[in-house]
Design a protein around this ligand. Sequence first.
Ligand code: ADP
Length: 244
Amino acid sequence: MIKLEHIKKQFGELEVLKDVNLNVEKGTVTAIIGPSGSGKTTFLRCMNVLEQPTSGKITIEGQTVDFSKPVPKKDIINLRSKTGMVFQQHHLFPHFTAVENVMEGLITVKRMDKKQAKDKALGLLKKVGLSDKADLYPFQLSGGQQQRVGIARALAMEPSVILFDEPTSALDPELVQEVLKVMKELADEGMTMIVVTHEMKFARDIANEVIFMDGGYIVEQGSPEQVLVHPKEERTKQFLQLIQ
Ligand code: ADP
């Protein structure tokens, strides 16, 4: 369903992604792990076209964009609409309540009327366990609750895939599980997800595929068992030793 071919990304002289290739099947969870600075976030941002790859092709559900050529803006907008993104920090609008945050994209992008958007947004807040928090503002919510609003907001756009960039790394330890629980439920429902994470237990238990990145390359990939328990590459072994 998702295919990334020969993705390269340079920031000036710095080559951050050197030649990254990845296939993701519909309904699977892919965990991306690796040391800080290895290009994980940049890779995710390229998939969402928040960063435009310097070259390479991205295909999502039948639409292919070749970044070696000038890309029409409408192709970027179309490709981006197939992906939802959940960031490390929630990026909610501070002056909107939880339900208004989820409604925003439904009204401005999906052109729903207010009543319809509110019904849908309330349904999504219920799904992430926040029915009783709909009318609170972000500052009145815990970090974990804010992240769950962020997930509901991403779901509202009905993307083909949700990209998570270290969704729990800015949270206090006691709030991590409530976010991972919602992510597990989404995975169980067959949502296609790509997750940059330091949560090795989550990667081991939930992911279908684990990718280890280092130095702008995918160094190793396979099942959680293959990559996390029986890594073949020296760099993967060293990384896993460091974090355990
Ligand atoms: P990771 O997510 O694995 O920690 P990143 O993708 O965030 O890695 O960063 C990889 C490298 O790219 C780092 O050296 C970082 O400084 C650099 N980088 C990321 N974004 C930019 C940017 N917008 N401009 C310049 N350099 C960047």
